[in-house]
Design a protein around this ligand. Sequence first.
Ligand code: DLZ
Length: 524
Amino acid sequence: MSKPLILVLGDQLSFALPTLRQTPDNAVVALCEVAEEASYVPHHIHKIGLFLAAMRHFAQQLREAGWQVHHSALDDPDNTHSLIDEAERLARAYHCDHILVVRPGEWRLWDAMQSRANSTIPWQLVEDDRFFTTPDDFAQWAQGRKQLRLEYFYREQRKRSGLLMQADGKPLGGQWNFDHDNREPLPDTFTPPQQRQHSIDGITREALDVAARHFPAHIGRIDNFNWPVTRQQALTELDDFIAYRLSDFGRYQDAISDTEPYLFHARISVALNIGLLSPREVCHAVEQAHLEGLAPINAAEGFIRQVLGWREYVRGLYWTQMPEYKTRNGLGFQRELPAFFWDGNTDMRCLKRAIEMTIDNSYAHHIQRLMVTGNFALLCGVKPEALCDWYLAVYADASEWVELPNTLGMVLHADGGLMGSKPYCASGKYIDKMSDHCQHCRYSPKQVTGPKACPLNSLYWHFLETHRPELNHNPRMKLIYGSLDRMKDEKRDAMREQATQFLDQLTSAPGYGQPTHTGGYYSD
Ligand code: DLZ
């Protein structure tokens, strides 16, 4: 009788996984902690702790549900520290004749697994049906379209899922998209909603200790870890969001605070991306909250658009465009990552706080990622591979399928405009409008040149000038190039000079934070 080894990856921690739904009684389920996955980019210590803790809890729950489970721990002397090698080692040890795995979250692993389809112990890949769409669904939607715009994809998704739809096939509230209601800055005084403190039990404690012991040089401190690591904890995080934050999620979605990292954001992307919550259940919970009068339509629609629209859209793009997508560099950027991305040591307040919050929590909300760190990297021309590796490493919710299109496509406009019709570039004015950072900053967002001028201002115009050949023809950039053209030559020269001086003194950090030796495995 055929006997499978079911490999459950660290971001597949769900009983609804297709490989766990219909399997023979003799199957062995394997979860593998491996050093390679923690160090191929130098992941934040919270992220490593999260994966180890959540995998250990899930292994225990599988055992309690009657499965035969093998959990390879980082400390196991026989551990090969590679997902592929470890699964094959366990398949041999348990006399399994094939390995079953759901599509992983990264092309790198998918490719390695596919290439073993005909090996002695063949690998079989199963489609991940926990998402609303499969890569094939997306490919079908994309076929024959010149532009792959989110809005059209999203409308199809609403129709297909029935979420926020009326019986007559029209969108609830009379509009598909309430984005224009979702751009308010925070009021001068506001009380931020409380964040839940998740309990740390013995399993989690040990996992966090292991992470800290094995990867002492990785960014972050383990003692303020506060992510859900079980389904139960993830559900409490979802309940908290709906009860205390959803109603204001919409209008303050783009606001940035100098002190509050989470504001009204859901904090569920981490649980969602490792499988503890399903996209369907969170969308239905939010829809229900709206129907019960707990949240206005702009909040519910804004949230559902992120999960049903954006999240599925970037995943579709990733799987249909890889591996070529990762090599794109549409604006020809060559700069290494600025060194302060690893320690927040800069006097630009917005960047300092976004990076400090990232170091503290392995989290920053989407506008901090897109319009603070992302915008700065775009204006300075940081090369895609350096920035993508950083985002993948530092954020607990970052899997390559979601991180790569967001960073390479949205932030750096490096995919030739496939995702975004124009680059998301902004000057200090935007930061001043949407945040309270500038009040605490030594630079002025109102000045463009001179010692007090916010560097984002001259960098913004310098970026537009430098990339005129690629961007000038874009109708959405016409207005801004008009403003640039109307400037006096002396003003343009002074701004160019200011930006060039800034860029010349910017210290880069090639290799900073990378694993210390070739094995990529830290041990004490
Ligand atoms: C990010 C991560 C880390 C830190 N550790 C593990 C691990 O030990 N075992 C594992 O299966 N996955 C880990 N991951 C996630 C992987 O890097 C990878 O993104 C997913 O497994 C792909 O689905």
